[in-house]
Design a binder for this molecule. Sequence first.
Ligand code: CP
Length: 303
Amino acid sequence: MKNKSLISITDFSTEEILRILAIAEGFEKNPEPHLLDGRVVATLFFEPSTRTRLSFESAVNRMGGRIIGFSDPNISSVSKGETLKDTIRIVSNYCDLIVMRHPLEGSSRYASEVATVPVVNAGDGANQHPTQTLLDMYSIKKTQGRLDNINIFMVGDLKYGRTVHSLLQAMSPFSPTFHFVSHPKLRLPDEYKTFLDSKGVKYYEHEQFNDLIPEADIIYMTRVQRERFTDLVEYEKTKDVYVLRNSMLDKAKPTMKILHPLPRINEINQDVDQSPKAYYFEQARNGVFARQAVITYLLGLKR
Ligand code: CP
């Protein structure tokens, strides 16, 4: 497998996704501190990030590899007008794998076509965030003991939420039931509903969900993303519609877990943080294992 990249979660078969989850479990149990000795990974972040960039860098460091890159494109020659194509060609000379986040949808696919090393999409606009999906699935499997027949509530910004888009695609083979909870302006785009229809996946759309919480195995909260709105009046109207509070969880299943890709703004009240149902901080920790698995799989070090 020469130069396989991970741009969309659909680039991986279901078998490959399960393999990545198994490799991640292996890293959690048994860190391999020398697996990346002599390897260099470039992290090119054209958009802000805390978890994705730092967990990738932590993953590389924990395996003995080296990191190069930037977290602010203004300190790279992009600020002088260098194209993405030239940037990727050049950086390919300096590393074994590129991790890239960029605001433009399709930019990571384009980068993978130009690069001579594997490219991992760390988020391209409102499109995809496949490694988030892998850590989300790892978290679902770890907390529920299975991936099959999970009742998943996705709440908030379903229109621009790239983590929602990747996750629903990857979970589809596992007979989930989805409940999409959003303001009408932030509904799941039709293309994803068409996808679910084509796979025969059950889904429901709601504007309220308090009474339905007892049905949930997973509540996947998302932030309304100010940076994706061209009309800030719409952002103001939609940003605080859904706020999960501890008092809403009384009738939830004991095994139910709350996930959030983070960062959160107001959509999960801080009084939820102490609940045993809150799993979002552990979820972020799982990102290191999932990203160790992705890097070593794409480099052909783990199969
Ligand atoms: N979940 C996620 O992508 O977080 P960051 O934007 O901090 O990387």
